[in-house]
Design a protein around this ligand. Structure first.
Ligand code: NAP
Ligand code: MG
Length: 499
């Protein structure tokens, strides 16, 4: 932490000084049952950052018990306005703590401070405010049934109960917000597990949840491993729903584990998203857009535009301009204001991406820029553009989750069938980009792509009001927007005989 010590916000220093950080269960900060701890690492240096208590199955039992108590007690008795006010208050507290939360996120995850300050934390604030607004607006309906004139029929939207939420390390605080917003707005209670690589911002958030005045047990924040704690949550008989964001592989395990007692499951999984540039694209937007699509957050974005299809008429020019711009991106520790590309989150992720760089070269793709990991300390991989890739290559088929894009030419003109077929030739279907100034073509391609989100002349935009989620093996269910509220409620039909 040496290079950054002088910049550390006093609230962050205070947070780190209070290590080992405790679990947040039943409104209290408590040690884990086993007393075991683990260390979170600063990926810019590879040094230990903060010690954290590590939960096991017993702590999940405690958290579920506290959550159930809140669910049947104060939380369900609270008026909708009061619940809304609490969620709004939480957003206000996060806003007051924007600087330290952005810094803590940067320290723990590595991502550039300009992103945590201008994207992650502001999106979190907006997300909670958006869902605070839904609390008293999402309801069932009176149904005009067709056969029973003397029976009054209506539906109710009821909370599911205790929801287990398991989140990844790529947007630790934002993923927590995406999970909590809709769950709380619909009256559920939560046991949320952060990723072991990035437990800190969720624990800071827990302090603000306590300060906002949520009843004890409504939100419980757990640090611990997926294998132990995640499995205990997925198999816990009193957890009624699991909401998961992470790898497709673990998503499948969760679905199997959750099938035992038919828990509700929503999965937001990996991707290998196509980004298609037509010859009539506006280069001044498409080049920065294509860079942002893959290098934002070091490419550790489930919707990263990692397969770049560029029309053959513009392929050479587009790629050489893009490579030129990519080579100018400032790679460095996230806390430095000018950093545009920070370190990867962990040594493990660094090794994974390094392996893909080797594989890409072995299989004959040509690195136009990047391609060689930086020497340590820290887990830095420079932005890498592979040209001359093809569909048989591992770097085109598998999710890399790093700053590595594989570019391929296509040669459709008016017909778009071939590039759409190639774009859809993936087990995933999370995000996609289309760059063209022809509005007709833009909509045609957007409709033909098998993808939960399509961005036209933009990329990686997110908003609390817009649903986000996958087709195919990118998962199912939607986060954000009104759709997420449906994922956190059961529909009850009520029949009232008026005879
Ligand atoms: P991961 O293993 O799927 O981890 C995501 C979360 O699930 C973490 O909190 C993890 O816990 C937990 N987990 C792991 N095994 C579990 C199990 N058996 N039951 C319940 N929970 C479990 O993802 P990762 O290893 O961090 O990253 C691997 C790959 O996943 C990446 O390379 C990328 O392809 C993909 N990924 C996708 C997203 C996305 O937004 N869709 C985000 C991150 C990663 P711990 O890690 O704390 O043990
Ligand atoms: Mg860390």
């Amino acid at each position: 932490m040496s290079e950054t010590t002088e910049k550390i916000h006093p609230k962050v220093q205070d947070f780190l000084n209070k290590a080992p950080r405790k679990l947040f269960i039943g409104g209290q900060f408590i040690e884990s049952s086993s007393g075991k701890t683990f260390k979170s690492v600063n990926p810019a240096t590879g040094d230990d950052l903060c010690e954290v208590y590590e939960a096991d199955e017993r702590d999940i039992d405690r958290a579920v018990e506290a959550a159930e108590k809140a669910f049947h007690g104060p939380w369900s008795k609270m008026s909708a306005s009061e619940r809304s006010r609490l969620i709004w208050k939480l957003a206000d507290l996060i806003e007051e703590n924007l600087e330290p939360m952005a810094q803590l996120e940067t320290l723990d995850n590595g991502k550039p401070i300009r992103e945590t300050k201008n994207a992650d934390v502001p999106l979190v604030i907006d997300h909670f405010r958006y869902y605070a607004g839904w609390v008293n607006k999402f309801s069932g309906e009176v149904v005009n049934n067709s056969m029973h004139p003397n029976i009054f029929t209506y539906t109710r939207r009821e909370p599911i109960g205790v929801c287990g939420q398991i989140i990844p390390w790529n947007f630790p605080l934002l993923m927590a917000a995406w999970k909590l917003g809709a769950a709380l707005a619909t009256g559920n209670v939560v046991v949320l597990k952060s990723a072991q690589d990035t437990p800190l911002s969720a624990l800071y958030l827990a302090e603000l949840i306590q300060e906002a005045g949520f009843p004890d047990g409504v939100v419980n924040i757990i640090s611990g491993s997926g294998r132990i704690v995640g499995t205990a949550m997925t198999k816990h008989p009193k957890i009624r729903k699991i909401a998961f964001t992470g790898s497709t592989e673990v998503g499948k395990t969760i679905m199997r584990d959750a099938s035992y007692d038919l828990k509700r499951v929503t999965l937001e999984l990996g991707g290998k998203s196509p980004n298609i540039v037509f010859p009539d694209a506006d280069f001044s937007k498409a080049i920065p857009g294509a860079l942002h699509s893959i290098f934002f957050n070091q490419g550790q974005v489930c919707s990263a535009g990692s397969r770049l299809f560029v029309h053959k008429k513009i392929y050479d020019n587009f790629l050489s301009d893009m490579a030129n711009e990519a080579s100018k991106l400032k790679v460095g520790p996230g806390l430095e204001e000018e950093t545009q590309v920070g370190p990867l989150v962990s040594a493990k992720q660094f090794e994974t991406v390094r392996g893909y760089l080797e594989k890409g070269k072995e299989e004959g793709a040509k690195p136009l820029t990047g391609g060689v990991p930086k020497e340590g300390p820290g887990y830095f991989i420079p932005p890498t553009i592979f040209a001359d890739a093809n569909e048989h290559m591992t770097i085109v088929r598998e999710e890399i989750f790093g700053p590595v894009v594989a570019a391929m030419p296509f040669d459709d003109d008016e017909q778009i069938a071939d590039v759409v077929r190639r774009a859809n030739d993936s087990e995933y279907g999370l995000g996609a980009g289309v760059w063209t100034t022809d509005v007709r073509k833009a909509h045609k391609v957007a409709h033909a792509l098998e993808s939960g989100t399509v961005w036209v002349n933009c990329y990686n935009l997110f908003d609390a009001a817009m649903p986000f989620g996958g087709f195919k093996q990118s998962g199912f269910g939607r986060e954000m927007g009104k759709y997420a509220l449906e994922m956190y409620t059961e529909v009850k039909s009520v029949w009232v005989n008026l005879h």
